[in-house]
Design a protein around this ligand. Structure first.
Ligand code: 3H9
Length: 717
């Protein structure tokens, strides 16, 4: 676990625990022994610590956090480094994170490859740097930089680390050689001044002010998260308490966070994010199918979605043909793309070199013929099946035989799009979430004809453009929108039965969602829901009115229609479920007029209103979605609950500290959820989303642990 070698008078301790050299128990034991050995060896005059393979240790082993702690602790091992009279050098490459950076901060010197990154990402898994990181980093950088790095968890590259004094020198070339060379140069220098525990924090006199500033920042920016708050408290202690007392404070806060439900949920989210890349589908999986090389791409449609998708592809270095049907739309699209990229450069999110390259990679066109040689097409025109089939049929005739044809549809059946071509195996869905250049989720969809090679390719493109991609089977609404369907529908029913928009919204916001369903509705525009419902009714030959209560045997609410008739279209008109300071305004104020509209609507529709409890609002919004989630699993639309949870985290901004709706269901207990679903099914028999999932019943009866829920479990029970 730690390779020990001596080069002249320098001992090299190379941590060897692939893939990221995490400090698991065996590594701690190995490092402890190696340090003792180097200290005892009178021939050794200096020590170098580094990582074998791709990286310096990237932190403690997160998988061990759920197991009983085994000695030695990281701090116990690291303290030996600082105490020795032989200079210790951390030679850093790859990612020196968390416990890895703490190890480096106990060394007397730190040097790093120019491309190396350092950081304290603990906050992202709901904890803090608990092996003295909160006490040592401020002694090196001052409070401000330390607060920023520790509360955000951001990684910084070596040049920035050099600027802050976190590293002493940058090097190029081989890590071990650079470490040995540096160690030789400091062999006989005094170490007193190199021990961070002896130092004071340079801006300690401003501790209150800096801590207050960061406290209000993290409460605003990371609303609901506990760890950033405790990070601020621990870092402040480095300036207000003696070193040992500060350590005790850090340790108390760390224990509290480790035991909190939030950290467990965030660690689940960390591993789930990685698990979804291990996709599977009938006939193949991430190991058996190899992605095709993709160089040039095309996006059809230069509207909001098309331009957002083009930005993602351009930023990742793909050539993009942007196709529109008329010059004006095309010019507007190009302008939008430039605007998004320039804005991102101004915010420091996109390097200038990437933006300049992107400009050369964009090829606006109005000719389908220009798309003949591209490797991947993503269609992003409006949701109309016949239009999409027409486009796909045209592309099929025109593009080279190997071109993959994908649709950004958010709900239309990929099979029905694929049958418009003679290459169904190369047709798939790539469903981006608005705004596409910002939202991290990419829902990739396979049809009954899509080949595993096509799936592997779009999953690979997703990774390269920085998305978290999940692979799901085609069905109405796929995973994300299908599962969220009952959420929107129940929200309207709750209003009709007695709740107000702000009551419903605050239940979801208190749970941790950034916005409740009605504020979200105002943002997207109430005309969208109205049009979808009207079109659906029309297609079934039904004319809806205020007292229509059923459509195709399903309970419906026509409340959006009433709002639409009252000119309340959402933020854009300054009036929706809330009132806004002006059309396009952002400040939502509850509006008495809306209450009256709802009451009047209910009177006309003959709906009795009543008091509805907060618990009922929560259950009806969430349990209906959870029930749908189990049906999605049961039908194999999603392969695992992780696919579902990650879709909610990155598609709907579900708070990571609750781990996703399926994780949340597991925490509440499946038997309780099942009973409540049955209760609502009895009370609302005309809403099919309350028909209890068979899989949910079986998992709850058999007390199956969450690690074993997956599509196919049903048949094994
Ligand atoms: C800590 O240090 C606490 C201390 O302050 C105090 C203690 C008292 N442990 O992401 P990848 C796995 S807390 C266990 O796909 P990349 C990962 O699950 C820790 N496993 O690669 C995956 O496994 P699989 C603070 C870990 O190149 C595989 O390694 N450190 C850990 O895209 C490859 O990972 C962090 O929070 C770990 N620490 O990115 C760093 N890290 O193949 C967390 C990774 O089975 N890690 N794995 O799916 C990262 O941010 C990224 O993994 C890293 C590499 C940037 C390092």
């Amino acid at each position: 676990m730690v390779d020990y070698s001596v080069h002249g008078q320098v001992a090299v301790l190379e941590v060897n625990n692939p893939p990221v050299n995490a400090f698991s128990h065996n590594v701690r034991v190995g490092l402890d022994r190696s340090i003792d050995k180097a200290i005892k060896d009178t021939n050794v005059k200096a020590i170098v610590i580094c990582g074998k393979g791709r990286t310096f240790p990237a932190g403690a082993d997160i998988r061990e956090f759920d197991q009983p702690h085994k000695e030695p602790s990281l701090t116990l091992v690291f303290e030996k480094l600082e105490k020795t009279t032989k200079p210790v050098v951390a030679a850093i490459h790859g990612t020196c994170l968390g416990g890895g950076l703490e190890c480096a901060l106990f060394c007397h010197y730190r040097i790093a490859q120019k491309t190396a990154r350092v950081g304290f990402p603990e906050v992202q898994i709901g904890i803090l740097p608990g092996a003295a990181g909160t006490q040592r980093l401020p002694r090196l950088t001052g409070l401000h930089v330390a607060m920023d790095m520790i509360t955000s968890g951001r990684h910084i590259f070596a040049p920035e680390a050099l600027k802050y004094g976190i590293i002493d020198e940058m090097f190029t070339g081989d890590v071990i050689n650079a470490g040995i060379k540096f160690a030789k140069s400091v062999m006989n220098k005094p170490l007193e001044d190199r021990c961070l525990m002896n130092k004071t924090v340079k801006d300690a006199d401003q501790a209150d002010q800096i801590a207050d500033e960061f406290m209000s920042l993290v409460k605003r920016k990371y609303k609901g998260f506990e760890a950033p708050i405790d990070c601020v408290k621990a870092v402040k202690a480095s300036a207000t308490l003696p070193y040992r007392e500060g350590l005790k404070m850090e340790s108390r806060l760390m224990q509290k966070l480790l035991l909190s439900g939030q950290s467990a949920a965030q660690r689940y989210a960390f591993f789930s994010e990685r698990a979804v890349s291990r996709w599977k589908m009938p006939g193949g999986n991430f190991q058996t199918a190899k992605p095709l090389p993709i160089k040039s791409t095309a996006v059809i449609g230069a509207g909001t979605m098309g331009t957002g998708i083009a930005v993602c592809l351009l930023n990742a270095g793909y050539q993009v043909y942007l196709l529109e049907q008329n010059q004006k739309f095309l010019e507007n699209g190009v302008k939008t793309i430039r605007g998004i990229i320039e804005g991102s450069v101004r915010l420091g999110k996109t390097p200038m070199a990437v933006a300049q390259k992107a400009a050369t990679l964009l090829k606006p066109t109005m000719k389908y013929e220009d798309l003949a040689d591209v490797d991947l097409v993503i269609e992003a025109v409006y949701e109309n099946l016949s239009l999409k089939r027409e486009i796909f049929s045209k592309l099929d005739k025109l593009c080279k035989p190997t071109t993959l044809l994908c649709s950004n549809t958010s709900s239309l059946d990929i099979d029905r799009i694929g049958t418009a071509t003679k290459r169904g195996d190369k047709v798939a869905g790539m469903h981006f979430f608005a705004p596409a250049y910002y939202m991290r989720l990419l829902e990739n969809i396979y049809s009954t004809q899509t080949s595993p090679t096509t799936a592997a390719t779009i999953m690979d493109v997703g990774r390269k453009i920085g998305k978290v991609s999940v692979l799901v089977k085609s069905c109405q609404g796929f995973l994300a929108n299908r599962m969220r369907g009952p959420f929107a529908v129940e929200a309207y029913f709750l209003l009709e039965e007695g709740s107000t928009p702000q009551e419903v919204d605050s239940v979801m916001e208190n749970l941790g969602m950034p916005m409740g369903p009605f504020k979200t509705g105002d943002l997207s525009g109430l005309d969208i829901g109205y049009k979808i419902q009207t079109e659906l009714a029309k297609s079934k030959g039904v004319e809806l009115s205020v007292d229509s209560k059923f459509l195709m045997g399903e309970r419906i609410s026509t409340l959006t229609r009433t709002m639409y008739d009252n000119g309340r279209l959402g933020r854009k008109t300054g009036k929706g479920w809330y009132r806004y300071e002006k059309p396009g305004g952002k400040l939502a104020t509850p509006d008495e007029e809306v209450r009256e509209i709802i009451k009047d609507h209910c009177k006309k529709a003959g709906i009795q209103r009543r008091n509805i409890s907060t618990q009922e609002i929560l259950e009806r919004l969430m349990y209906s979605c959870i029930n749908e989630g189990f049906k999605i699993l049961e039908e194999g639309v999603a392969a695992t609950p992780e696919d579902i949870d990650i879709s909610w985290i990155y598609g709907f901004s579900w708070p990571k500290y609750l781990g996703g709706p399926m994780y949340y269901a597991n925490r509440i207990g499946l038997d309780k959820i099942y009973q409540r679903i049955c209760y609502y099914h009895e009370n609302f028999p005309y809403s099919s989303h309350w028909i209890p999932s068979r899989l949910l019943l079986k998992l709850s009866e058999n007390k199956v642990p969450m690690s074993q829920w997956c599509s196919g479990t049903d048949s094994k029970l």
